[in-house]
Design a binder for this molecule. Structure first.
Ligand SMILES: NC(=O)c1ccc[n+]([C@@H]2O[C@H](COP(=O)([O-])OP(=O)(O)OC[C@H]3O[C@@H](n4cnc5c(N)ncnc54)[C@H](OP(=O)(O)O)[C@@H]3O)[C@@H](O)[C@H]2O)c1
Length: 248
């Protein structure tokens, strides 16, 4: 089990905070200051979740959300110290981790233009960032209840779909993220932790651009619907926001 290999304690802390007589579920979201991540924050708060939101530098859209159940902290997913500081602020168990933070690669026009340094940084953020988050938060995700981990990947990480080429590092980073996830799921299943790998659609965000056909709210609502019916038997599934399965 991953808890053993990571040397983490399996002691369960206070599980839920009661709210209106109900158990309050706890979510963590990375890259939550804008785009898809910010809308996850808004929607989960509306659904009565307690949310810990990570932002790399600026609060952005988090600043205007007035909700006692939202706590925002700085978080750079490339930096283990930043991740540890973030994790230390959370003194309760986590039911949902949404690894959303990500960057594009600049869409180099040709192979010869690929910039090593930025390519490695794209892999660092998009592929390893989510793995660091899982490792750091693992002790807080151990529960008899199912814990769900969402990986915001991309159709561009599908080898089967890679007909157009280009976007080299971005594609590779999401393919690597998918493989990390499927490899991790084996270790995590005994700890009742399940993974969902999402393609959120081509979404109107800073990354997706204005021509993107999918509105942020529709993407997030679709992912929430899929997430709600997700079971551990489906751990590691690669699926679109509208519930359509994606080939590797
Ligand atoms: N939009 C699409 O069409 C589309 C399609 C497929 C997949 N996706 C994926 O969806 C996710 C969200 O993207 P988006 O479209 O919402 O893009 P976005 O608006 O560009 O948001 C990206 C978020 O990631 C954060 N981030 C970047 N580097 C980080 C780091 N080192 N540590 C912590 N946070 C970091 C950004 O923070 P700053 O604001 O500080 O830079 C921002 O909050 C990404 O993983 C992306 O690959 C998007």
């Amino acid at each position: 089990m991953i808890s053993m290999s990571l040397g983490n304690t399996r002691t369960r802390k206070v599980l839920f905070t009661p709210r209106n007589g109900q158990c309050m579920r706890v979510a963590v979201i990375t890259g939550a200051n804008r785009g898809i991540g910010n809308n996850w924050v808004v929607r989960l708060l509306e659904e009565g979740w307690k949310v810990y939101a990570g932002y790399k530098e600026n609060l952005g859209g988090l600043e205007i959300i007035q909700d006692d159940n939202l706590t925002s902290f700085k978080l750079d997913v490339t930096n283990n110290q930043s991740i540890e500081r973030f994790a230390d602020q959370i003194d309760e168990n986590i039911d949902l981790l949404i690894n959303n933070a990500g960057v594009p690669d600049g869409r180099w026009r040709s192979l010869t233009e690929i910039d090593d340094e930025w390519a490695l940084e794209v892999l660092n953020i998009n592929s390893l960032g989510p793995v660091r988050m899982v490792k750091a938060l693992y002790p807080k995700m151990l529960s008899s209840d199912l814990t769900k981990i969402v990986m915001i990947s991309s159709l561009m990480g599908s080898i089967d779909d890679c007909q157009m080429g280009k976007s080299y590092a971005y594609r590779a980073s999401k393919t690597a993220l998918n493989m990390f996830t499927v490899a991790m799921k084996k270790e995590c299943i005994d700890d009742n932790i399940s993974f969902i790998i999402f393609h959120p659609g081509w979404v109107k965000t800073r990354m997706g651009g204005d021509r993107a056909p999918v509105e942020i709210k529709d993407s997030v609502q679709g992912m929430m619907d899929v997430l709600n019916s997700h079971t551990i038997e489906d751990s590691g599934i690669f699926i679109q926001y509208d519930g359509q399965k994606i080939k590797w």
